[in-house]
Design a protein around this ligand. Structure first.
Ligand code: MF3
Ligand code: CO
Length: 254
């Protein structure tokens, strides 16, 4: 499984990523108080299939989970960090924040993205958390170019979040993507400039900072999938699939 993708593969990933971003916009439009996370999953799955893709999360078995992931979308509310499972029993409330994470296989190749949005009115602290996480991803993306190191990305992301008083999750990391939902290399959201693998043109990475309003420690809930903050503080998550080029990152999921 070559980490470096061909121009032809990157063209397919870009088309899949463009479609995935359009799907995400439609899922986000459906977020409002009163909607269930199951309804959001159904919208996501229907749109993936009508776009000519396959949901890449559904049936995914990794991280030592007891059951394969049962949905096409991850829905993570408030103190849930990532991998929340959609349910008809989870109804969004005014003031909630929700992380939406979606992956699609399109013409044999995988892209992955996530955003965190509000359900109606949210407090200032939650707005700052969401804005900072989006900004941390942007800083990570700006650190990408051929010749840069994986640690350059981590340091940029971590510095952005911690400078604003937030925590960076360590237990889960970004990753290579393309031929599979998760590939090498790992792309931590923390680290030191100049350390780690040197990036080559044509590598494709899913960068995905997970930022906490309180302490950074997280734990895996009893359902075997949902990660939550230990201190019960809120968390946000943004993710893009990007290709490494000589001049920087090419964002594929927009
Ligand atoms: N975007 C997620 C990640 O990279 C994938 C969700 S795991 C799955 O960790 F099981 F839901 F697929
Ligand atoms: Co990912």
């Amino acid at each position: 499984m070559a980490l470096v993708k061909s121009e032809k593969e990157i063209a397919i990933l870009a088309e899949g990523g463009r479609r995935l971003a359009g799907i995400m916009r439609q899922v986000v439009e459906a977020v409002r108080p009163g909607v269930t996370t199951k309804e959001l999953d159904t919208i996501a799955e229907t749109l993936i299939i009508s776009s000519g893709g396959t949901p890449s999360f559904k049936g995914y078995n990794a991280f030592g989970a007891r059951i394969p992931y049962p949905a096409s979308l991850c829905t993570s509310i408030n103190d849930e960090v990532v991998h929340g499972i959609p349910s008809e029993k989870r109804v969004l409330q005014e003031g909630d924040i929700i992380g939406l994470d979606i992956g699609m296989k399109y013409e044999g190749l995988f892209t992955d993205m996530a955003v965190t949005v509000d359900a109606g009115y949210i407090d200032e602290a939650s707005k700052k958390l969401i804005d900072t996480t989006r900004m941390a991803l942007e800083k990570g993306i700006q650190a990408v170019r051929s010749g840069a190191h994986i640690g350059d990305i981590g340091e940029a992301v971590q510095a952005c979040a911690e400078a604003r008083g937030f925590g960076i999750v360590r237990e889960l990391v970004g990753h290579g993507v393309g031929h599979a939902a998760h590939e090498d290399p790992e792309a931590p959201n923390f680290g030191k400039k100049g350390r780690g693998l040197k990036l080559l043109e044509g590598m494709v990475l899913a960068l995905e900072p997970m930022v906490t309003a309180g302490k950074h420690q997280v734990f895996l809930a009893k359902d075997g999938w949902t990660w939550k903050t230990k201190d019960g503080s809120r968390a946000a998550h943004f993710e893009h699939t990007v290709a490494v080029t000589k001049n920087g990152a090419r964002v594929l999921t927009e």
